[in-house]
Write a protein that binds this ligand. Structure first.
Ligand SMILES: Nc1ncnc2c1ncn2[C@@H]1O[C@H](COP(=O)(O)OP(=O)(O)O)[C@@H](O)[C@H]1O
Ligand SMILES: [Mg+2]
Length: 270
């Protein structure tokens, strides 16, 4: 069994602290959801776990199977089984989807091992069919000129091809219409299993329809303020974050102060 343990993590960008003491344990076989208003640090947390270089970890640790990954580069973390489906996927002009995925798979293989080309294409087409991505896309550059929904499906295609141990999905539902969210939710559930842990960051429970979280965590102002199960995700989907703010007035006040500060900074810049 594998585990991802986040221990009292503090993260800053420049002088600004964004994640302020966050702890979380996810074991293989589990689905966790993180919800919370915009700007609370959800994507920052996801990117820090994946190894994004812009963020400064001021204290705390992230352990994969008992070993700290903070000194590892993003590609090493990926080889160790971590995967992040980005909220805002990057465009990579000049690199076709077929070559990109092939290189990513090859990078995980042992030296001297080669991908079998016909088997690779067979698998790629099967996954594309499952995700209703036209086979013509294989020769298109990654995300280049893709619609929001196409980019999100491309992220799930990567997930399906790479089959990581730990998958983080950052607002994969945004940009997808509700039918698309449904089949993406189903596709993700087919990729889950006893050896896979999934962390789904979302505002809605639609993506959770076929991936019922054992635990739902709610972030506010850089901390997890509440833990619950699928019922909590349902409540937040239904009622928004007003109840959370009312139950955690200190964090809500901090959130408001940060928003005001950002407004002032934006006004000064403008
Ligand atoms: N690269 C960055 N530079 C400056 N500020 C950032 C950067 N990334 C995130 N932030 C700030 O950190 C806060 C949390 O952002 P984010 O993690 O994207 O929140 P969420 O995903 O919960 O909406 C926001 O105030 C955002 O503006
Ligand atoms: Mg985000």
């Amino acid at each position: 069994m594998s585990s991802l343990v986040i221990k009292d993590l503090h993260v800053a960008i420049g002088e600004k602290e964004i994640v302020k003491g966050l702890s979380l344990t996810i074991n293989s076989g589990e689905v966790h959801a993180i919800m919370g208003p915009n700007g609370t640090g959800k994507s920052t947390l996801a990117k820090v776990i994946a190894g994004h270089p812009d963020y400064r970890i001021t204290s705390g640790d992230v352990l994969l199977d008992g070993e700290s990954i903070l000194e590892k580069e993003a590609d090493e973390r990926a080889r160790a089984g971590l995967f992040l489906a980005f909220q805002y996927p990057s465009e990579i002009p000049g690199v076709s989807i077929a070559n990109f995925l092939r290189a990513a798979l090859q990078a995980r293989m042992a030296e001297g091992e080669e991908i079998d080309a016909s088997g690779y294409y067979k698998r790629l087409y099967a996954k594309m069919d499952m995700l209703k991505i036209d086979r013509k896309f294989t020769s298109r550059a990654v995300n280049d000129g893709f619609s929001g929904g196409e980019k999100k499906r491309m992220e799930i295609l990567q997930l399906a091809m790479l089959r990581p141990k730990f998958a983080i999905l950052d607002e994969t539902d945004s940009g997808l219409d509700s039918d698309a969210v449904r089949f993406v939710s189903k596709a993700v559930s087919r990729l889950s299993g006893p050896d896979v842990a999934i962390l789904i960051i979302t505002h809605h429970e639609r993506l959770l329809e076929f991936n019922k979280p054992q635990q739902t965590h709610v972030m506010l102002a850089g901390r997890i303020v509440e833990h619950g199960d699928a019922q909590l995700a349902h409540e937040l989907h239904d009622q928004g974050y007003a109840g959370i703010r009312a139950r955690h007035p200190d964090a809500a006040a901090e959130e408001e102060a940060l928003a005001k500060k950002a407004e002032v900074q934006a006004a000064v810049k403008a």
